[in-house]
Design a protein around this ligand. Sequence first.
Ligand code: HEC
Ligand code: HEC
Length: 402
Amino acid sequence: MRNKALLFAAIALVTMTLYNCNSTEELSQFGLKPELPAEPYDYSLKVSVLTNGVDPTFIDPNVFNNFGLQFNPNNPPITNEGASLGRVLFYDPQLSINNSISCASCHKQELAFSDGMAGSTGFGGKVTPRNSMAIINAGFNNNLFWDSRVQSVSELAVKPIQNHIEMGMESMTRLSGKLAKVDYYKDLFKKAFGTEQISEERIGAALAQFVCSITATNSRFDQRNTNSAIQFSSLESLGEELFFSPRTNCNRCHAAPSFAAPDFVGGEYGGGGITFTVGPNGEFISSAVGDDVKGTANNGLDLVYQDNGMGNGKFRIPSLRNIELTSPYMHDGRFNTLEEVVEHYNTGVKPHNHLDKNLRNADGSPLRPNLNSLEQKALVAFLKTLTDETTITDVKWSNPFK
Ligand code: HEC
Ligand code: HEC
């Protein structure tokens, strides 16, 4: 009885608080303030496994060398103060029109910044038609969203607030005005940008810095190279062999080290740039103007599309880093487990006209690797070696409002 009465009191309190927040936009969220360290955390990129040891911000488009990734130059450089502000913005539901939804509602750290749902719920209870994407090394990606419609995090960062993902803030000027009334932002903007001024540009840049700082580079797959104590089991090794074999072609699309599309200029799924063909030692063989595929492919999910993706049923080839943590899978979250995904590639690829060449045999029919049950288990075991615990535990990416 007593518990019930307490529960009702709690519900009443929460309801009143919610009501108050709705009616006076300047109130900071339920009176909470972000708890930040006196010295900001270190957000600099530690990503040598992605860049083959080269400085991640080293940009020279004329250097065609090692297939390491580059930090997308359209993103802002990351500063510790900028990313710290971005962290607060990312977790603050005051960025939504009714103070109910933050970026983190759909991008949860414990799920490698995905949300475990097939579709995500926005501020008015509406559900997004596509699966919330995990945030994985996004600063290195040139093609974002399931249909690659955006080319950098910088371009993307303010879009969810304004439109398609239902945070409902139609006007960024209105958001800037709203945040100007929240006491803790003045100081944070000043530290990040030198003055207290709050603008759409600055909100976007800080969010982009935080999002770009989120990396997954410390999986067992990576640790194995520097720590001889980390060994793969025989099952994992078998899975690795299959993943990198022409029997499955997994790595043609989910290419190491990012395990995402090789979508840089010269990569197989490049964005309309020049495609290079290289020999076994990386030596230049020939070049041709590539398809404008922007890191997308048709992986044979359907004969009749519910969602056409970028066109012809092509969707972004997502990174498989942290894949163990980001179910359900595919743009519509149709598969709940990695076993189901492997089953799709083993026997379920549809013979569509637009099916990608890497999922076809020489005669054009769909690739059917005929993996036995041990091999299927092995492939799943290998995928789980790509999990990076630091992505989901590092405090610098965690919710500051608690
Ligand atoms: C209501 C749920 C929801 C909210 C809130 C939300 N997102 Fe997303 N996010 C998604 C969905 C769904 C997608 C995939 C959309 C698509 O492809 O059409 C996505 C995609 C992304 C991507 C692309 C990742 C990639 O690899 O392509 C990034 C980055 C991102 N969101 C960042 C943010 C930021 C920053 C915010 C807050 C300003 C935010 N999101 C708020 C659901 C959400
Ligand atoms: C032709 C390129 C291609 C090949 C080859 C390929 N994939 Fe994919 N993969 C994709 C695309 C494109 C998607 C996203 C499709 C969608 O959502 O509509 C995807 C999605 C996935 C997903 C779900 C990712 C997520 O975040 O939901 C997993 C897991 C996966 N692939 C594993 C594999 C494995 C394992 C292999 C080898 C057996 C493989 N892929 C071969 C293109 C490919």
